[in-house]
Design a protein around this ligand. Structure first.
Ligand code: TPP
Ligand code: MG
Length: 322
């Protein structure tokens, strides 16, 4: 792989990490207490998959959407403004961290109801196929969403209708505080999807971005030929389910497990590779640029106005009870 492509992957992961560390800072300093679901530890999935996508491809995300939004090229200023509840946010400050979207970048929607984005992505794939558009639909879901009936209906429908869709399941072993083996018969999801006639691939270490990128290239090219595909990307959430702290004290997972995954950090992994290739100076330059971009986005958000009171009932489904 060319050095420029490797540096691009590094840049993608570092951007997400640095944005979420900035959110951590804003949270800890009391500037916001908005519920954020951080992707720290899982960044290589978003960046590796997006490296295989084209601008015309459409993505749908879930409650843990920061990484998908940034990796697809979502506007960082509108992201910070949204999370801080400002008028200039992508949902005019009324959606918050779990509802990021950016039409121009091809991030169509993020839906916080577990599993609810999956049939929407299927609908997008139907539309792309009917119109003869060249893009594919890509939906990101967690291992918990596999327990929703609509996941299996969507897989079945995509298979029967031969839709241009790529399902990306981030298997981070937990849904809030429940381990996958308390909820499903096996830790392996891909083998249960395969009998539906869908191409599947399980990446047992999706914190290795090169593996994610290579699998995503192969699987997205199937989807482009209207052969739906499913990637199970095994990764790990380092912080608490929502919020910015670590949660090794809660007892639902062991500190040893968290430490093992911290060692297998996607950012560390790619950084080591780049340093070995003599690209340390280029890394510093990339990091400097991203930190500048984040600082500008945060001050944009902090200087933006709150939504007007009159906006309370616009853009939302609400019944006014007198
Ligand atoms: C239908 C529904 N049930 C419950 C919730 C509350 N909830 C939010 S996230 C979550 C766990 C999701 O786990 P997973 O799909 O594995 O994603 P992860 O948080 O691990 O990224 C739950 C139960 C919800 N948002 N929607
Ligand atoms: Mg999960």
């Amino acid at each position: 792989m060319e050095a420029s492509e490797l540096l691009g992957l590094y840049s993608g992961i570092f951007k997400i990490r640095a944005v979420e560390e900035k959110l951590t800072e804003l949270f800890n300093s009391g500037i916001t207490n908005a519920p954020v679901h951080l992707s720290i530890g899982q960044e290589a999935v978003a960046v590796g998959v997006m490296a295989a996508l084209k601008p015309q491809d459409k993505i749908v995300s879930n409650h843990r959407c920061h990484a998908h939004y940034l990796a697809k090229g979502g506007d960082m200023k509108k992201m910070f403004a949204e999370i801080l509840g400002k008028q200039t946010g992508c949902c005019k400050g009324k959606g918050g961290s779990m509802h990021l979207f950016d039409d121009e970048a091809g991030h169509i929607v993020s839906i916080s109801t577990v599993g609810a984005g999956i049939p929407i992505a299927v609908g997008i794939a139907v539309a792309l196929k009917m119109r003869g558009d060249s893009g594919i639909a890509v939906v990101f879901l967690g291992d918990g969403a596999v327990e929703q009936g609509v996941f299996w209906e969507s897989i079945n429908y995509a298979s029967v209708q031969k839709l241009p869709i790529l399902f990306v399941c981030e298997n981070n072993l937990y849904a809030t505080h429940s381990h996958i083996l308390t909820r499903q018969p096996s830790e392996i999801i891909a083998s249960r999807v395969k009998p539906h006639g869908i191409a599947t691939c399980r990446i047992d270490n999706a914190n290795d971005i090169l593996r994610v990128r290579n699998v995503a290239v192969a699987m997205s090219s199937l989807a482009r030929k209207s052969k739906p595909a499913f990637i199970e990307a095994c990764t790990y959430r380092i912080r608490e389910h929502w919020g910015v702290a670590e949660d090794g004290n809660l007892g639902y997972r062991s500190r040893e497990e968290v430490e093992r995954w911290k060692e297998n950090c996607p950012l560390k992994n790619i950084r080591a590779l780049l340093v070995k290739k003599g690209l340390a100076d280029e890394i510093s330059e990339i990091e400097f640029g991203i930190i500048e971009e984040i600082n500008a986005a945060v001050s944009f958000a902090l200087n933006s106005a709150d939504p007007d009171r009159e906006e309370l009932y616009t853009d939302v489904f609400a019944e006014v009870v007198e």
